[in-house]
Ligand binder design. Structure first.
Ligand code: FAD
Length: 537
């Protein structure tokens, strides 16, 4: 026995009478089979690190152990003979006590949490178990109460819950969609904005959709970043609009983190799991603003380009017009010279003067022809150029009610070329198509643009539902100053000449599809990334 204190003797005496009542056959001499020395039992209960009290049927305290005194701050002599209610803080709701007594008086064990008051006046939270002790007849003689002070763990748990709630409310109030994904691509946590994406995008689980795009874009880099727990950001994706929905843009950023497993399996063997925090920002507004700015710039460039082109066309047209009578004068002069007739000397002189002033006029005009704007040759994405040209024409297409079928090949290879010239080319062809479908507005007004590719070539097809070009005129439309439209309009008949020139400069090929009879279909093809194009432009 550890020590023979007054408190212990008292406890010992109390306990002896209780135990005698309850378990007369449990104790015996040391080493007696199936029995333990009574002193050992008392010593164990006394030193066990849980607050134990034994009461009578009315909760009058008959025995308390050392831990009880430590937890409550009371000495045994302070509490023996008093009711357990001495410990109550009086803030525990009455229904809890009702439930407690209702349970234990039915000979059942009650478990619960009560708010107790330490002798010093300080509140603590008690995790209490009360078990009835029955005699041989099965009647309750005593109650045994066992409790622990769980204030600290309760406060830590509450703090954790509060922190979690705080983090959740911060995440939820974020204007950015956030999602935590485990290494099986399963969504573990998400916020309100992410949930809104589910319906906005209409692509199933948005996390799956963006993970697919990110993996495709980053390739091998994805696993490397994941292995090294390196984040990524500013990965932008365009999601094509369907029907009334316009295109949308999203920017993705991600960070990996490792969390230690909390289940029992990882108690001795630490186990960890990797997660990805993916943030998805809707940058549609910014992208639209940028695009509008870009289109404004393009409009300025194109209108300057068009001005230069129209001056060139006017001057070339005038030179072409002068050239015809000049040729006739030159022929007349040759005839007169041949005749060697003195009578015609005066006329010959006049013809020579006309010729000279005509040539001077042509030379002056030649000098006035403005240079075509300088251009740079870079890898060009034709989808991008065609998309821009459609945006440039958006107002016209929309006001005329033309139905546009835009079918770009995703992942179209690039080609070397001049963005400006190719834009001028497609603007010309699309302008022509819009003009053609507007001729008869009662018919279906349709414009279809597709891009495709094979191993060597990139193809663009521009098709309209207009009146088409008669077979006999198809080869002529690429000749200078030829137009199928009424004379006197603003057409000069140089548009397709210029278009063909641009296609040639890019070593491409342009033709009118002979098999298409529901309008007009221009088929253009370009070689992929031919270096010699640099010399031609
Ligand atoms: P009380 O008047 O004591 O009781 C409130 C209600 O409990 C009553 O309305 C009645 O319905 C019911 N009740 C009370 N006594 C009995 C009874 N003998 N039989 C049937 N129903 C009864 N309370 C704590 O606050 N903290 C503790 O740590 C704690 N430990 C306990 C340990 C044991 C072993 C037992 C048996 C009880 C313990 N109690 C404890 C309960 C305590 O005895 C009181 O019931 C409680 O503290 C409420 O006290 P009170 O003075 O506010 O109300």
């Amino acid at each position: 026995m550890k020590k023979t204190s007054l408190r212990f003797l008292q406890a010992h005496t109390n306990m002896a009478s209780i135990i005698d009542d309850l378990a007369p056959n449990v104790f015996g001499e040391e080493h007696e089979a199936g029995k333990i020395p009574y002193s050992l039992f008392v010593e164990t209960v006394e030193q066990v690190p849980i607050a134990i009290s034994i009461t009578d049927k009315k909760a009058k305290i008959l025995y308390v152990n050392e831990e009880f005194c430590r937890v409550t701050g009371y000495q045994a002599e302070d509490v023996l003979g008093k009711n357990e209610s001495l410990l109550s803080d009086k803030s525990t709701p009455r229904n809890v006590y009702y439930d407690l007594w209702h349970t234990i008086s039915k000979k059942q064990v009650w478990r619960g949490k009560l708010c107790n008051r330490h002798k010093s006046g300080q509140r603590y939270l008690a995790d209490l178990t009360i078990a009835p002790m029955l005699n041989e007849q099965g009647n309750i003689t005593h109650y045994i109460g066992m409790h622990r002070d769980i204030t600290q763990s309760y406060e830590s748990e509450k703090q954790l819950i509060n922190q979690k709630l705080l983090i959740e409310s911060v995440i939820n109030s974020s204007p950015i969609a956030m999602v935590v994904i485990d290494n099986q691509d399963k969504v573990i946590l998400d916020n309100h904005m992410y949930k809104a994406l589910v319906s906005d995008l209409d692509k199933g689980e948005p996390a799956d959709y963006f993970l697919h795009l990110l993996r495709a874009e980053l390739g091998d880099l994805w696993s490397e970043l994941q292995r090294n727990e390196q984040g990524f950001d500013n990965r932008e994706f365009r999601i094509e609009g369907k029907g009334q929905r316009r295109d949308r843009w999203y920017s993705c950023a991600g960070n990996w983190f490792v969390e230690n497993e909390v289940n029992v399996d990882a108690f001795f063997e630490s186990n960890s799991k990797q997660y990805l925090i993916l943030t998805i920002t809707d940058i549609t507004r910014q992208r639209r603003q940028m695009e509008e700015l870009h289109i404004q710039t393009l409009k300025t460039i194109m209108s300057e380009d068009e001005r230069v082109r129209s001056i060139r066309e006017t001057l070339l047209g005038a030179m072409h017009q002068i050239q015809m009578p000049m040729n006739q004068i030159r022929a007349a002069e040759q005839i007169l010279r041949h005749k060697r007739d003195d009578q015609n000397t005066g006329l010959l002189q006049i013809l020579l003067q006309i010729q000279q002033s005509g040539e001077e006029a042509i030379a002056t005009m030649q000098k006035c022809i403005p240079e075509v704007l300088q251009t740079t040759v870079i890898p060009v994405n034709l989808n991008q150029i065609l998309h821009e040209v459609l945006l440039l024409n958006h107002q016209r297409i929309w006001s005329k009610g033309i139905e546009v079928h835009w079918q770009p090949l995703s992942q179209l290879p690039t080609m070397l070329g001049s963005e400006n010239r190719l834009r001028t080319l497609f603007k010309q062809l699309i302008d022509n198509a819009i003009e053609a479908v507007s001729v008869n507005s009662t018919n279906e007004q349709r414009l279809k643009i597709t891009t495709s590719a094979d191993a060597d070539l990139i193809y663009v097809c521009i098709e309209d539902s207009g009146p088409g070009i008669p077979v006999e005129k198809r080869s002529k439309v690429f000749e200078p100053f030829y137009t199928t439209r009424p004379i006197g309009g603003h057409q000069t008949g140089m548009g397709l000449v210029m278009a063909k020139e641009i296609v040639n400069q890019h070593q491409g090929y342009i033709d009118i599809d002979p098999d298409f009879d529901q309008g007009c279909r221009f088929k253009i093809s370009f070689p992929q990334n031919r270096q010699e194009i640099r010399r031609l432009l």
